[in-house]
Design a binder for this molecule. Structure first.
Ligand SMILES: *[C@@H]1O[C@H](CO)[C@@H](O)[C@H](O)[C@H]1NC(C)=O
Ligand SMILES: *[C@@H]1O[C@H](CO)[C@@H](O)[C@H](O)[C@H]1NC(C)=O
Ligand SMILES: *[C@@H]1O[C@H](CO)[C@@H](O)[C@H](O)[C@H]1NC(C)=O
Length: 288
């Protein structure tokens, strides 16, 4: 949008510059040295941005950085300020949740998980504590139902492997949690979203995202932060596959591309204007 407007303005300015140049051509042909200065002034602001196009291929990183043995890393202690008296004070902790059957790894999910409730009566965040969480799974040929069980309840992610689109993603998410966000306000929250397209990555790849919020209805949200997730087709040594970034984390090239296109069009216009003015001038000389 912005680029379109910019381009419109640029072409308007340019066309007026061209017509004024042509008009001044008519009056006194010797003045034709000035208009090129106007052309060189114009594209100047756009030339500052295209440097962003120089580093495009930094997205794929080697996958050897994961250490499945380090389960929990406490980072910071937070006390939910909006909540008067929550049951336990919880720490934001990165979890490494895995599900193995035999020696086969089916799911590995590194993430900070928080359940956020924001309805008229309750407002608060529950942080899943990885060191008090157990994992379980139900494996089928192309799906795995992966459940996290903690003292306050369960969260189930259903991973689906789609061999047609060659992707793996979570298509449904269930939450069942009993928690007191306020003192004495113990309540059971049951929520689900069964039309999801979550954590989508190519088969054998892992999904990564800095921050996302999944609505489970009834003003209940699952906040997933700093996640790296994969189900099925791990490497031979049970490591994550190549990383597929979520949309929000992918570098945005649209601006750079738009600037490039505008520059190209400007150059074409300048060349056309130059050719036109030359032809006009030679015509003028002939008529003289
Ligand atoms: C939170 O972390 C602090 C140290 O960082 C620890 O002393 C405390 O027990 C932790 N609380 C919970 C609920 O794990
Ligand atoms: C993550 O996103 C939620 C809203 O989707 C926002 O409230 C929160 O501040 C974000 N957290 C970080 C660490 O960016
Ligand atoms: C994923 O693993 C299955 C066996 O579990 C195998 O049949 C399939 O070819 C693998 N797919 C890819 C893309 O590696």
């Amino acid at each position: 949008m912005k680029m379109g407007i910019f381009f419109l303005i640029a072409t308007c300015v340019l066309s007026t510059a061209i017509t004024s140049a042509q008009e001044s051509d008519k009056d006194k042909p010797s003045a034709s040295l000035q208009p090129p200065a106007m052309f060189t002034d114009l594209p100047a602001p756009t030339t500052t941005k295209p440097t962003a196009t120089t580093k495009p291929t930094t997205t794929t990183k080697p996958t050897t950085t994961t250490k499945p043995t380090t389960t929990t890393k406490p980072t910071t202690t937070i006390k939910p300020t909006a909540v008067p008296g929550p049951t336990p004070s919880t720490n934001i902790t990165m979890g490494n949740f895995t599900y193995l059957e035999g020696n086969t790894l089916y799911v590995m999910a590194q993430m900070i998980l928080q359940v956020k409730v924001n309805d008229s009566k309750t407002r608060g965040t529950f942080i899943v504590q990885p060191n008090m969480t157990k994992t379980s799974g139900v494996i089928k040929k192309d799906s795995v139902s992966f459940t996290l069980t903690f003292k306050e309840g369960t969260i189930t992610f259903n991973f689906q492997r789609n061999t047609t689109s060659k992707t793996v993603y979570v298509n449904s998410l269930h939450l069942n949690m009993t928690y007191a966000f306020t003192a004495g306000g113990k309540k059971t929250y049951i929520a689900k979203n069964e039309s999801l397209d979550l954590f989508k990555a190519a088969i054998g790849h892992s999904y990564s995202c800095k921050n996302e919020s999944i609505s489970l209805g009834n003003e209940i949200y699952l906040e997933v932060t700093q996640d790296r997730v994969q189900a099925f087709n791990f490497t031979a040594t049970n490591q994550f596959g190549q990383m597929d970034l979520c949309k929000a984390d992918q570098p945005d090239y649209t601006v750079a591309i738009a600037v490039g296109i505008v520059l190209l069009i400007l150059i074409v216009i300048v060349i056309l204007a130059y050719i036109c003015s030359r032809r006009r001038r030679s015509d003028g000389y002939q008529s003289l």
